[in-house]
Structure formats: C-alpha cells, structure tokens
Design a binder for this molecule. Structure first.
Ligand code: ADP
Ligand code: MG
Length: 483
C-alpha cells in the first residue's frame, strides 16, 4: 500500500515486536503460578517480588516452549544463549531490572509466510526470538489518589518475537499477527489470547519514498488487537507523511495508540539499548542446550498451518484461500477435515463450513468448540445432499433447523417431510398442472423465448415446496415444453 502525499507516493515500512506469553504452569525463574485472573498478589514468590538474596532458577518448560516456537518460525536455535539484566526503574518492576536476552538470544534468524487476500503468500523475515520476564501491573482506577501494584504477572515468561522491517501495509501487518497467533496456538506455546494480554504487539513504523533509504521509525507500544495494530499503523504512517511534507522531521519516539480516538500520541522519546546498561545476569549461567534435545523437540512438532494448508489444497482440491481460512484455527481445520474426509466433493464441505457454519457461528457469537452442530452432524447433512435425498436449497433450511434445535439432519428431514421428490410421476403431475395453468407463457416459450425456461422451473419448484429433484424437473419439463 502506498500513501499519496503532496510530494508523491510514500511506502510504509513496518517491523513488529510481538510479546507472547509462554504456556507454562510456573514462571520463567520461579515456581509461582501463571493462572490468569487470580486475586492480586496471590501468585508471587520471593523471586518475583525481588526479595534480597533470592535467586532465579530457569524453568525448563519455558525454554522448551521457546525452542518449539523457534522451530515453528523456521529459525536457528542457538545452543548457547545468555540472560542479561535490562536495567530500568518502574514501580511494577521491583528488582529494578528485567531479566531478558540481548546479544545472544535463544533463537536467531528465521521466517514465516503470511497469507494475503486472494491466496497469495509473502515471506517475512524473523530477526530473533528471546526469552524475558514480564513485569507486574500498576492499577490506577481503584482509588482516587493511589496506584496499586499487582505482581501476579511479575516474572511470567514471555517470548519476544522480532520481525525484520519487511511489511509494507497494515494488511500485511495484520496477516503477520494472524500467522504468528496461529503458529503459537498450533504449537501450544502461547494461547494467543489478545484480550487477556497473552499476545501483544509493538509496531515500528516509518515511511520512505519507494526504493529510498529507511526512514526514522516510531514505535507504537502494546497494541492488543489485530484490528488496532492495523489502524494504528495506518494512522501513524499518514501522520509521518504529513510531518515530513510540512518540512518537519520524524523524531524516533515511543507512541501510544488511543483506540477510542483512533490516533497515536507521543509517550516518550525513544530509549536506546545503552540506556538500559545491559549486562549478563551474574545469578544465571549461560543457557546451554543439548542438540539431541533440540532434535527431539523438532521431531515432536505437530503439523503446522502451512503444511496443513498445502495438504488441504492437494488432498481436497481447495483453493489456497479457502485452505488458509480453514487452517487459521487448529480446531476449525480439524472440524473441516472430519466433515470432508472420504467425501466425493470436499469442496462442497469447505463451502458449507466456511460460508454456512462460520456465518452462523458468527451471528451467534460462538466458536467452533461451542458449535450447535457437530462435524458428524454436518457430514450427515452433506450425505443427504450427495445421495439426492434433499436439494441444496432445502439443505439450507435443514441447516437452519439444525442450528436451532441441535437435531440431526435426517431427523429434521423426516419430521418435516422435506425429502426430495424423485418420483417422476409426482413431478410430472406438478409439471402438467403448471403447463395447463399457464397457456400464454407456454405459447411465448414455444414461439421463441427459451429464457422463460427458468421461470417454469421456478413454478414447479414452488408447487412442490422446493422438494422436487431439480435434475428430474429439468428433464421432464424440457420434454413437455417441447410439445
Ligand atoms: P529496538 O531494540 O530499539 O526496538 P530493533 O533494531 O530491535 O530496535 O528493531 C525493533 C523493530 O523495529 C524490528 O521489528 C525492526 O524490524 C523494526 N525496524 C527497524 N528499523 C525500522 C524502520 N526504519 N522502519 C520500521 N521498522 C523498523
Ligand atoms: Mg524494541
């Protein structure tokens, strides 16, 4: 996407830093629980509260999750990495430093393919993934004069995934977030829940004339929905173009997105790495990984979204776009696969899952886990269509009743007498009556207006309550109208 300014076109350059909370029962360096929504300060060990003399102990599960994620990002896993102290003061950071990784992260370069509308993909480079601790939370809205601190989150393991500055539009940034979210959910390394803050994003945005040098970037902090990431980037890029075209310069700074107003606002001038006085944490040894262990983790990875997408395209003859929609959520993909497996027309199954089922779930505000229709039930409905018990038209009605009642398709067809009429005698009777009642139209048709044929089909379908087999209606009607 280009931005048209007074001085011509501008290209947007985007790099994203995603913070993904690691799925683990305990924190990165302590045994305290990570469960969401607990009473404030009820899940805080002495390490998390930075009591003097307390020592961090690395949690093997968190390391394994970072390795899994790195492998999913097609990235290099470093057998030797180092934890550093990143020093800064904040009331919700009792130690006065965050344990993070700086020069030697656990995962370095990799890439992912993002799915763009129309089924295209684009490869985006990953700079690194490192492990770090989350901070606590300051609560400003509980008391008019006081701020409270909740340290439950303090010390929870985060993976920071840093992309290269290779995205060029808000849509690409959105697709990148969706892909990262899908990946970590498939891998089981982060629950991807953006509302609960398990997945948050800092967006780095700059603008430049196409092909020119990279511009100065601003970093928009802590955006917690994909829609907001896209809105924030678009606003920010337009703001930068305006500033530059008005003769100003972009200052490298940290900004906040106000989702109510849809604008970004300056928060502070950008801090630099040297401001943090990084140094290796003397309480922790370098992290050394056994290559055999890395290989075991690699061998245990599940089928990931790209592989599943490719398989859906080749096994079920889906378009790349439909396949990417279906694999975005592991649960949706499994549902589809149950419906489609062994079916003559798997594309029909894809259409019903994507259009009818997702549409209905959307209206009901439900997800696939709480779907009123099971995969087996939807397969039952498709069976009735494929063996000509009901037409596609009637199937939509049956589907509506299934959503309402949770009953099987066959039960509904039986109870409501919706079986397709394939008995040619009954269809002939209906056709004879339509022809007899519409002599003028018949004359018109025979006089050279073949387009009227559709109208006759409609009348017969109406007369049979939509239950006549469309192929039989076509055949018999053609013969009878020929006179
Ligand atoms: P820092 O550590 O200061 O945040 P990094 O070099 O780690 O800086 O970069 C952070 C993010 O900023 C990365 O995702 C990177 O792709 C992105 N980035 C770097 N330069 C630019 C730029 N000129 N425009 C947009 N994004 C950029
Ligand atoms: Mg940064």
């Amino acid at each position: 996407m280009m931005i048209e300014g007074k001085t011509g076109s501008w290209e947007i350059v985007i790099g994203l830093e995603v913070h993904a909370q690691v799925v683990s029962q305990a924190k990165l360096f302590s045994g305290a629980s990570t469960a969401f929504g607990a009473e404030p300060n009820s899940q805080v060990s002495f390490v998390d509260a930075a009591f003097p003399g307390m020592l961090p102990v690395i949690n093997r599960v968190c390391v394994e999750q970072a390795v899994r994620t790195g492998l999913g990002l097609n990235a290099t896993i470093n057998e030797h990495s180092v934890f550093d102290r990143k020093n800064y003061f904040y009331p919700d950071l009792p130690a006065g430093y965050q344990i993070s990784q700086y020069k030697q992260p656990i995962v370095s370069e990799g890439w992912i393919d993002i799915d763009l509308p129309g089924g295209e993909t684009k490869r985006v480079g990953i700079e690194r993934l490192h492990l770090e601790q989350d901070a606590g939370k300051s609560i400003h809205d509980q008391h008019p004069q006081k701020t409270y601190i909740d340290l439950n989150r303090s010390g929870v393991a985060l993976m920071e995934i840093v992309s290269k500055p290779e995205m060029r539009s808000p849509e690409e940034a959105g697709a990148y977030m969706r892909k990262i979210r899908a990946l970590v959910r498939y891998l089981g390394t982060c629950d991807g829940n953006m509302e609960e803050g398990s997945l948050r994003c800092d967006a780095n945005v700059s603008v430049r004339k196409p092909g020119g040098e990279l511009g100065t970037r601003c970093e928009i902090k802590n955006v917690n929905s994909i829609r907001f990431v896209m809105q924030a980037i678009e606003y920010e890029a337009r703001r930068q173009v305006e500033v530059i075209e008005d003769g100003g310069a972009i200052r490298q700074e940290t900004r906040l997105f106000d989702s109510g107003k849809g604008v970004t606002r300056s928060m502070r001038s950008k801090e630099h790495a040297h401001d943090y006085r990084y140094f290796p944490d003397p309480d922790l040894l370098p992290l050394v990984l056994d290559p055999k262990w890395i290989a075991e983790i690699k061998a245990s990875l599940p089928e990931l979204p790209d592989a599943k997408k490719a398989r859906f395209v080749s096994d079920f003859k889906l378009t790349p776009y439909d396949a990417s929609v279906l694999v975005a959520e592991k649960e949706n993909a499994a549902f589809f696969e149950t419906v489609a497996t062994g079916r003559k027309d798997p594309k029909l199954a894809a259409n019903w899952v994507i259009v009818e089922l997702f549409g209905a779930l959307n209206r009901l505000g439900k997800d696939i886990a709480s779907s009123p229709i099971s995969a087996r039930q939807l397969a039952g409905l498709l069976d009735l269509m494929e063996n000509n018990t009901i037409s596609g038209r009637i199937a939509k009605d049956v589907f509506g009743f299934m959503i309402e009642t949770g009953k099987d398709a066959a039960t509904i067809v039986e109870e409501r007498g919706l079986k397709q009429v394939t008995d040619s005698g009954a269809i002939e009777t209906a056709i004879d009556k339509v022809i007899a009642d519409n002599a003028a139209k018949v004359a018109e048709y025979r006089g050279g207006k073949p387009a009227l044929f559709g109208w006759f089909v409609g009348q017969v379908m109406k007369a049979t309550g939509g239950k006549a087999n469309p192929a039989a209606v076509n055949d018999i009607l053609k013969k009878k109208l020929a006179g």
